[in-house]
Design a protein around this ligand. Structure first.
Ligand code: ATP
Ligand code: MG
Length: 606
């Protein structure tokens, strides 16, 4: 909004209206007034001239008809006397003509006496007895004269005529003067009106321009300004209303701002992703969690992009289909073994009229849930499989026994041993599972004891060394000093037992198993390395999963259930330690676990 140009402003319009009104009314008044005045003045003038002529005619008639002793020159002198007495004021020129049109008296031009008059008015007056007065414009003097030829009657007979020229210019001069007065009056009143108009319009436009300034400020978002109030008239009240309106607007604006900020902070702090679109399905808002979930770097990359394209579901769904969708949609973004699932919920933004304004999409990361669900399914499948195998074996042996193998003592003994072994294995497995679930649910508290780990480890190795078969040798790299750590001895024995028995199980004839205990900064690290068959790449991490066995058939033959390392991992984790494996196929396997260690110098005991 620019400034109002001067010639467009209300003030100028006001002044123009005032001036025009005054001008027109003055014009009408002066035209009417001057015209009437002119008529009046001219008729007054004529009347007074006629009156005087009437008197003069009478006198002249008396002089003409008077009995004289010696006639002519006396009449002329007498007439000249009468006439020159009256040639003053309005009457310029008076001349007397007899009935033969001969001029008998003319004081202003005595040499014309005795001559015949050529004037048509004179002729007409003498022949018909009447004439109309005439206005004659005198070229020489530039003045107007009023000319009249008045017949002189005696006993209703025309005996001559009186010719009079009167100075009507005087009247016109007066009228001109009056005109000039009117004009100056008009000009003065126009100037006064213009000034008054400016003042009045200022009174009216100042509050308006004040409000205009405020409206401009408001449109730029500045609300703290308020319009000045100049009075209690309509405009003043308008300004008051305007001010209260702007205060309300400010309140509303700040409420909206606060709401916006609230909404923005809710959106960015919630864990779910939120995407809003316009009614054409283009993204107009996306919060940070949604950006992260969809692996987008910045908002600008996706704003005004179609939602279906952003979610990568263009081929399956149209935007309209999403608007009507009531159930959630599971989006699978898994890639190369890396599972990633999102659940999307859609809800259309609708006006009361039912007109759809846009769509809100809420994204929820359900990868963990899906993984847990997968694990659960796998676990159930594994358990049932693991239980079914020994049970089938047992059933077939028991069937054989009841089918007659009982009679053969050697055979029945062998069969019963197998059944017993399988039962043992099942019991072991069920116990292992129970242990695992107990540890997982946190129900098995650790009974921690300060233990010298060098001695502790050596003892376990000693126990195994006594019962070594197949010529496997043990190599120890254990410090001779004491290394005290706080552990649940039984549980750690279980861990080491399993690792050593695995190493023995998978070691070749004459292989060597190396035990190493290292004290690091705040951990101790135990590694048990064998020279066995090792395992293919990609299996190394999985051996800590339940029931996972690299070679199922072989492992089962060796009595394994695939739970040993899963339990070991659970135990080490509950000690706040870490366990992992390194293996090269055909070269050997190293299982390494660490436990927290506080390096005490022992000073406080001395
Ligand atoms: P369990 O210990 O319950 O009797 P298991 O020994 O088969 O059964 P884990 O101790 O959990 O089960 O071991 C899992 C799998 O890891 C084994 O089946 C085996 O395939 C592989 N494995 C473990 N240790 C070694 C090793 N030292 N050398 C080669 N493979 C190994
Ligand atoms: Mg094992």
């Amino acid at each position: 909004m620019g400034k109002v140009r001067f010639f467009n402003s209300v003030r100028v319009k006001f002044v123009l209206i005032f001036v025009l009104l005054i001008f027109i009314s003055m014009q009408i008044i002066s035209v009417y007034f001057v015209q009437k005045l002119e008529e009046q003045m001219i008729s007054n003038f004529e009347k007074s001239v006629r009156e005087r002529i009437g008197v003069l005619t009478y006198t002249v008639q008396g002089e003409i008809t008077k009995e004289r002793a010696s006639q002519d020159p006396e009449l002329e002198t007498a007439l000249n006397n009468v006439l020159s007495k009256n040639t003053s004021g309005d009457l310029n020129e008076i001349m007397v003509v007899d009935k033969n049109l001969i001029i008998i008296a003319n004081p202003s031009e005595p040499n014309t006496i005795g001559k015949k008059s050529n004037d048509t008015r004179v002729k007409q007056a003498i022949t018909s007895g009447t004439t109309d007065p005439d206005e004659i414009y005198d070229q020489e003097t530039g003045k107007r004269n009023w000319v009249l030829a008045e017949p002189i009657l005696q006993n209703n007979e025309i005996i001559g005529c009186l010719y009079v020229t009167s100075n009507i210019e005087k009247v016109y001069n007066q009228i001109d003067e009056i005109n000039t007065i009117m004009k100056t009056g008009t000009v003065i009143s126009l100037i006064v009106t213009a000034i008054l108009g400016l003042i009045v319009s200022q009174m009216i436009t100042r509050p308006i321009s004040e409000m205009r300034k405020q409206a401009v400020a408001m449109s730029k978002g500045h609300y703290n300004r308020s319009a000045r109030i100049f009075g209690n008239d309509e405009i003043g009240q308008l300004a008051m209303t305007f001010n209260s309106l702007s205060r309300k607007l400010q309140d509303a604006q700040s409420t909206t701002d606060a709401e916006k900020r609230k909404l923005a902070s809710i959106l960015s702090n919630m864990s779910d992703g939120v995407i809003a679109t316009d009614r054409k399905g283009r993204v107009i808002l996306i919060n940070d969690p949604a950006l992260k979930m969809l692996n987008v770097n910045s908002e600008d990359e996706v704003l005004s992009k179609p939602l279906t394209q952003l979610l990568d579901i263009e081929e399956e769904f149209s935007f309209e289909a999403l608007l009507d969708r009531n159930e959630s949609l599971i989006l699978d973004y898994s890639e190369k073994g890396e599972k990633y699932f999102l659940r999307a919920l859609f809800s259309a933004i609708q006006r009361e009229t039912g007109f759809v304004n846009g769509l809100i999409t809420v994204l929820h990361d359900i990868t963990e849930q899906e993984k847990i669900e997968d694990d659960r399914k796998e676990f159930v499948a594994n358990v049932s499989h693991e239980l079914r195998t020994p049970l089938t074996t047992m059933r077939s042996y028991l069937e054989a026994l009841s089918d007659g193998a009982m009679q053969n003592e050697a055979l029945s003994n062998k069969f019963l041993t197998v059944v017993q072994d399988e039962t043992e294995r099942m019991i072991r497995m069920v116990n292992d599972l129970l242990n695992l679930s107990r540890m997982e649910s946190g129900n098995s508290a650790l009974s921690l004891q300060w233990t010298d780990f060098s001695r502790f480890l050596s003892k376990i190795i000693d126990r195994f060394e006594l019962s070594i078969e197949r010529g496997v040798t043990f190599k120890r790299e254990i410090p001779s000093t004491s290394v005290f750590v706080e552990i649940d001895r039984d549980k750690i024995i279980q861990v080491v037992d399993n690792i050593i028995s695995n190493a023995l199980k998978y070691s070749p004839e004459g292989g060597q198993i190396t035990f190493r205990l290292q004290v690091l900064e705040d951990t101790i690290e135990v590694s048990i390395r064998d020279q066995g068959m090792g395992m293919p790449k990609g299996n190394v991490e999985k051996i800590f999963n339940r029931f996972y066995r690299v070679d199922k058939a072989r492992s089962r033959r060796l009595g394994g259930t695939g739970l040993g390392l899963a339990i070991a991992k659970e135990i080490i984790t509950s000690h706040n330690g870490d366990i992992f494996a390194r293996s090269i196929e055909g070269v050997g396997t190293t299982i390494i676990f660490s436990l927290p260690y506080e390096n005490q110098t022992g000073d406080e005991w001395e």
